[in-house]
Write a protein that binds this ligand. Sequence first.
Ligand code: 13P
Length: 339
Amino acid sequence: MNRTELESIARAMVAKGKGILAADESSGTIKKRFDSIQLESTEEARRTYREMLFTTPDAAKYISGVILYDETLRQKTKDGTPFSQYLTKLGVVPGIKVDMGAKPLAGFPNETITEGLDGLRERLAEYHKLGARFAKWRAVIDIAKDIPTQFAIDANAHALARYGALCQEANIVPIIEPEVLMDGDHSIERCEEVTSAVLKSVFEQLDSHRIHLEGMILKPNMVISGKKNTARAGRQQVAEATVRTLKRFVPSAVPGIAFLSGGQSAAEATEHLSLMNKIGNLPWELTFSYGRALQDEALKAWGGKPDQFAAGQKAFARRAKLNGDARNGSYTAASEQAA
Ligand code: 13P
């Protein structure tokens, strides 16, 4: 493990004014996204869509890194440059999703464990050769009656730490992503309680597995009401609860925290991030690693139509800039109209 190299990659991923584009949708997930614009998910359609995002003029001003999927890491721009090379030249760090998805956890109804540790050392060596300098592994924790159990939390934290140690051994910065879902009707208080238990277990496991904290990035959910809750907490309350919870459980040695959007609207995710950065006095960089909240508007504007390629890029550049502004707390709801 080269600690200096890991630290400098991690710092670049959370550079001021920038954040990460999560474009690592698996084949099943990207099909769902394309279904929403009635586009068939062929390999060429997926390549074209990713090329649209990655070649957006000026996006690199606001995007520090891109999470790719296995297929995408092997694809090229239409003039033949591998995506990873193209991004690296722009100063954007290429990353790779390495988990194999959340599968039912035997003996624990309605809970999941993320798979993908077998053979991971060899896969990481290949990904490093292909240009990836960071990786992502997502653990999924659902909130409902009687779940999550402490066992499922600990099992997922253990897998995240094993993945993290293998990444650092390969000089790849691990994004540690424990996602507490916002799918239910739970309150923000319940989300805070579960997120606290998850972060506590994750950092205990990271410590036991001798993870070099300065060479990793945390990708958590925000502390937020469930989508089906009828009295959802306001944006300032989400910002305060999230910062409070992170301060309790995330060591200041971690260089940065990059949130997932988890089903929030684009404007909601941007405003939450801005409000948190406005609170200030934070021991780590607070940024974005959004998938849907960065891409939804661009996907819609493009619609799979060749003559809307530039319109898709414009929508992507606009949202990337707004999130760049949220990095220093200067985005407000009024910025939506101004942009
Ligand atoms: P969303 O921002 O759409 O939640 O995706 C982020 C991600 O990478 C999920 O693993």
